[in-house]
Design a protein around this ligand. Structure first.
Ligand SMILES: C[S@@+](CC[C@H](N)C(=O)[O-])C[C@H]1O[C@@H](n2cnc3c(N)ncnc32)[C@H](O)[C@@H]1O
Length: 323
């Protein structure tokens, strides 16, 4: 039986997570708060390894097995009635939310680089962010039509300083690296990606499905590997004559040790690639707030070679280029 302090810690983490979900998914706010108050569910979570207690994993497992619960009672029933399956999913899967909308905040920076591009994405999941040239974008004052019918069009608010591209990117080569690549042709993998989308987020699921259709027509190559060790071998495969770019979005939070993040930054530099990071504040050196936070709360920081160039919405719906 878990001690009270451990249960309290888990309850608090669900309460805190619920605060992040406010404004995005009222249902997930309610569900996370429901878990925080439910001793039996907290005990089940306490029996899991620490990284497997995350709300995102539990809620995705429930969505995957039982569909979207309509409230805490339905979530509780799903977890307790299908306990073994829930635990197996939580243990066997990762939070690999693949958000192709993030391309809308990468494209303005990618378009400033000399074409053609050779793209390497570390922490690529299914590689949906490796296809920025295959989607459309609506920046309000400029729209880039999708190159193929049926491809998603991502709406993104861009401030006046953001250099907007005029047309699609020229990508000559692309490859991804992930601890556990997600296969866009595997129905189980795809169902997991869909289960990771929070309910109540408008078009997100629809856009994800459209991006998956684009990816299935010509899947990006994502190789199994660890960004801490396997980047040089992949970078060596990039063709000469293209601008090599190593990029990542929403990945460095999973590399806990700051020294490992710094070592990764050095490795990227050694490849000679342009390094683009779209990550939470402080995960790339030099983006931690120094004397007053220059970043809007909850935003990501887009950096080129470690230098901040924009604040971005973590889900790709806004970019504010720095003056
Ligand atoms: C939240 S997902 C983001 C996926 C994608 N970059 C996006 O923005 O849509 C994080 C991904 O990073 C991968 N990852 C975490 N640590 C990694 C590591 N050390 N090496 C390679 N991939 C890693 C995970 O497996 C997961 O697929």
């Amino acid at each position: 039986v878990a001690d009270a302090a451990a249960l309290d810690r888990i309850a608090r983490s669900y309460e805190e997570w619920a605060l992040d979900a406010v404004g995005r998914s009222p249902l997930y706010v309610e569900l996370a708060r429901g878990v925080a108050r439910d001793r039996e569910l907290l005990e089940l979570l306490a029996g899991l390894p620490e990284p497997k207690r995350q709300p995102n994993l539990l809620l995705a497992a429930v969505q995957r097995l039982c569909g979207t619960p309509d409230g805490p009672a339905a979530l509780r029933a799903c977890v307790l009635e299908r306990r073994d399956e829930v635990v197996a999913l939580v243990l066997g899967r990762r939070t690999q939310t693949n958000e192709p909308a993030r391309c809308a905040t990468l494209v303005p920076l990618l378009a400033t680089l000399p074409p053609p591009l050779a793209l390497i994405e570390v922490g690529a999941a299914a590689g949906l962010c490796l296809l920025p040239d295959r989607y459309g974008y609506d920046y309000g004052r400029r729209r880039i039509a999708p190159p193929v019918a049926g491809a998603p069009v991502f709406a993104c608010r861009a401030n006046a300083a953001t250099p907007l591209p005029h047309g699609p990117l020229d990508v000559a080569w692309r490859a991804g690296l992930d601890l556990d690549p997600v296969d866009v042709a595997d129905p189980d993998d795809v169902a997991w990606l869909e289960a990771l989308v929070w309910p109540g987020e408008g078009l997100r699921l629809e856009l994800l499905r459209a991006a998956l259709r684009v990816a299935r027509a010509d899947p990006p190559r994502v190789v199994r590997g660890d960004l801490r060790h396997d980047l040089p071998a992949l970078a060596a495969q990039a063709p000469p004559g293209a601008t090599l770019v190593v990029f990542h979005t929403a990945v460095l939070a999973y590399v806990d040790d700051a020294r490992e993040r710094a070592a990764f930054a050095r490795t990227v530099r050694e490849t000679g690639a342009v390094w683009i990071a779209n990550e939470g504040v402080g995960l790339v050196d030099g983006t931690a707030p120094a004397g007053g936070d220059p970043w809007p709360s909850g935003s990501f920081v887009l950096t080129r070679d470690g230098r901040p160039v924009a604040a971005t919405d973590p889900h790709g719906t806004a970019i504010d280029w720095l003056a």
